[in-house]
Design a protein around this ligand. Structure first.
Ligand SMILES: C[S@@+](CC[C@H](N)C(=O)[O-])C[C@H]1O[C@@H](n2cnc3c(N)ncnc32)[C@H](O)[C@@H]1O
Length: 313
């Protein structure tokens, strides 16, 4: 099959929303070329090798590349992507150069293009995420390994919004908890919750592809006894009272679901939200408080924040 590479020159701030647009348009595998990665002090204590070449990165801004099959809908798909990206301006997201280019690549290039950027990463004290195609040896006994093939769903596990979510799960999840993961993508947070001791996890995503990918990753990590994946919209089909809800979705989606999350959670339950760009932090905080939550902690990484809240006892 022939593949087309769509490349978008944008900003750090726009990485997640643009990646989401690409994903929703059916893109397979997203590559993020952010020059910050070249400067980053990568954690190599676990023996990871980061072999990044400056020619692959823009001098300014971030380049996001995604791959779409070449078919008769390609033109429309690309136009749809451009339109959806432009709509992000309504949310005050800085799109920078916002330059979109399209070129053809062969299957071999496509298959390896994004994999070369994706190596084992230690994302929290206990959790290391490793791509399925990498050999990885555990460094200490307590380490929990998540093997992931993000395939066509969002969630290599290394995006700051995911890392913040996993760190919060590690801190707030208690063994035996019932957990709901809204917007599961590749299933990474549900798998993390199960590995951290949750007895049951409901992974929800609106997107059919994400549901398929999450199911595969759940099985790959042998978590199928505790994690169930369901295709639905936010909390629409939730009829249980979990101990913890985690949602790594954009701020504009989180503010829509705070009332439902509050109603569903058991008293004393925890709501972990991520995917919030700095500029929208108060909006999310205010929506949470209005729904009745007490804010417990706000954590930050790069331009992103995660808000952890509790439903009073
Ligand atoms: C930013 S990704 C997060 C993926 C993963 N949980 C992680 O932390 O890496 C957001 C996910 O939310 C899903 N999503 C967006 N709107 C949704 C909705 N209304 N209901 C359920 N899922 C939704 C998207 O399909 C996407 O997979």
């Amino acid at each position: 099959m022939k593949w087309s590479e769509i490349s978008i020159h944008t900003t750090q701030e726009a990485v997640e929303p643009v990646s989401n647009v690409l994903h929703e348009a059916g893109a397979s595998g997203v590559v993020i070329e952010d020059p910050v990665d070249l400067e980053k002090d990568w954690d190599t204590t676990l023996g990871e090798i980061y072999d990044l070449s400056p020619e692959d990165y823009p001098e300014e801004g971030v380049i996001i590349k995604a791959y779409l099959p070449v078919n008769s809908f390609l033109g429309e798909t690309v136009e749809g992507i451009k339109e959806s990206i432009n709509q992000l301006l309504v949310y005050d997201i800085d799109l920078g150069f916002n330059k979109v280019t399209v070129s053809e690549v062969n299957e071999e290039e496509w298959a390896t293009a994004w994999k070369k950027y994706y190596k084992p990463v230690k994302v929290s004290d206990r959790i290391t995420i490793t791509p399925t195609w990498e050999e990885y040896e555990m460094v200490h006994e307590e380490e929990l390994i998540i093997e992931l093939d993000p395939g066509m769903a969002f969630g290599t596990g290394t995006h700051p919004t995911t890392v913040l979510s996993i760190q919060a799960l590690e801190q707030y999840l208690a063994s035996g908890d019932d957990v709901i993961d809204v917007g599961t993508g590749s299933g990474v947070l549900s798998i993390a919750a199960a590995k951290l001791g949750a007895s049951s996890v409901l992974a929800i995503d609106l997107d059919e592809v994400a549901v398929k990918v999450a199911n595969i990753n759940v099985k790959l990590n042998k978590c199928q006894d505790s994690v169930t994946v369901q295709q639905s919209n936010l909390m629409d089909k939730v009829d249980r009272n979990p101990d913890l809800i985690v949602a790594n979705i954009l701020a504009e989606v989180i503010v829509v679901m705070t009332d439902d999350a509050y109603k569903a959670l058991r008293p004393g339950g925890t709501f972990i939200t991520s995917g919030i760009i700095q500029g929208r932090r108060s909006e999310v905080k205010d929506a949470m408080v209005k729904s009745g939550f007490e804010i417990v902690e706000i954590t930050e990484m790069e331009d992103w924040v995660a808000v952890v809240a509790k439903k009073p006892e």
